[in-house]
Design a protein around this ligand. Structure first.
Ligand SMILES: Nc1ncnc2c1ncn2[C@@H]1O[C@H](COP(=O)(O)OP(=O)(O)OP(=O)(O)O)[C@@H](O)[C@H]1O
Ligand SMILES: [Mg+2]
Length: 256
């Protein structure tokens, strides 16, 4: 059965989507068959993994609005610069997702919509990555219910850890357990910023075993890659941050 990883943090702009894209690409390179699901109406993951496409017959919004939709029909193979990427597939999102989600709010079993669809893919993928929006919306609770691991990027700012304990409370409630498999890692890491790094290292002491050794450095190439709608390693083979994603992918595999 596919292992499911929810990339999540209520804080906006910490690197959830960028992580999802580059980890998906790295896991696919390692020979895992990967499905990345875009659960954010901003559809940024979709823009990159589709190689810039924006018109789709079916999106994740349709999965939420119509239980008769076949999930297989919403799956596409990822592309970079016009070429298909081996082993990497995605389900696109669409701006209408938030409206569709609102219409689900009175449905019974509304937290299980995604779970029901994914049951039909049993065995087809090794890893499913869920790119969550910066909220605790219904698409996120759907992701929480099925996730085997919660991957939480944090940025390098003074308020990097704000909201994490609230997020963990929400996950514990949805999963009905206090033993949540989560992993935090530093994104946009700048080794020269000693003051901030010391501060965050100290703050993270309380969740010591849940902090990954891997860090993803702050890199201009990462931003440039998303502008050209490519995972980093397709945009620049030589960018140093590729090493960070390799290390991060390895560490993630050890935790699922
Ligand atoms: N390590 C990094 N170095 C440099 N820029 C980065 C890095 N990680 C992410 N970024 C940039 O930061 C911005 C926000 O990243 P991203 O969209 O992945 O965050 P997010 O958490 O998914 O945001 P949202 O909460 O809106 O979904 C993007 O412009 C991205 O290119
Ligand atoms: Mg995002």
């Amino acid at each position: 059965m596919a292992k499911k990883i929810a990339v999540t943090n209520q804080k906006g702009g910490v690197g959830k989507t960028t992580t999802c894209i580059n980890i998906s690409a790295e896991l696919a390179r390692l020979g895992k068959k990967v499905l990345a699901i875009d659960l954010d109406h901003q559809a940024n993951l979709t823009k990159v993994l589709s190689g810039g496409e924006s018109k789709f017959n079916l999106t994740v919004a349709d999965l939420f609005s119509n239980h008769k939709v076949k999930i297989e029909d919403a799956i596409h193979q990822a592309k970079s610069d016009g070429d298909y990427i081996d082993n990497l597939y995605y389900i696109p999102s669409h701006i209408t997702l938030s409206r569709q989600i609102e219409q689900c709010l009175t449905r019974v079993h509304r937290e299980r919509i995604l779970q029901r669809h994914l049951k039909k893919l049993e065995g087809d993928y090794d890893i499913i990555l869920l790119d969550c929006p910066p909220s605790l919306s219904l698409s996120v609770t759907n992701a929480m219910l099925i996730a085997d691991l919660f991957l939480m990027p944090i940025d390098g700012g003074r308020f990097a850890l704000d909201g994490l304990s609230d997020l963990l409370d929400a996950i514990e409630e949805v999963k009905e357990t206090n033993d949540v498999n989560f992993a935090v890692f530093r994104n946009e890491y700048a080794s020269q910023n000693k003051l901030m790094n010391d501060f965050l290292t100290e703050q993270l002491q309380v969740i010591n075993g849940k902090v990954l050794k891997s860090k993803v450095r702050r890199s201009e190439a990462i931003g440039q890659a998303s502008v050209t709608a490519q995972p980093l390693k397709y945009y620049s083979k030589s960018a140093l941050a590729n090493r960070d994603y390799k290390e991060l992918a390895k560490e993630i595999l050890e935790r699922i």
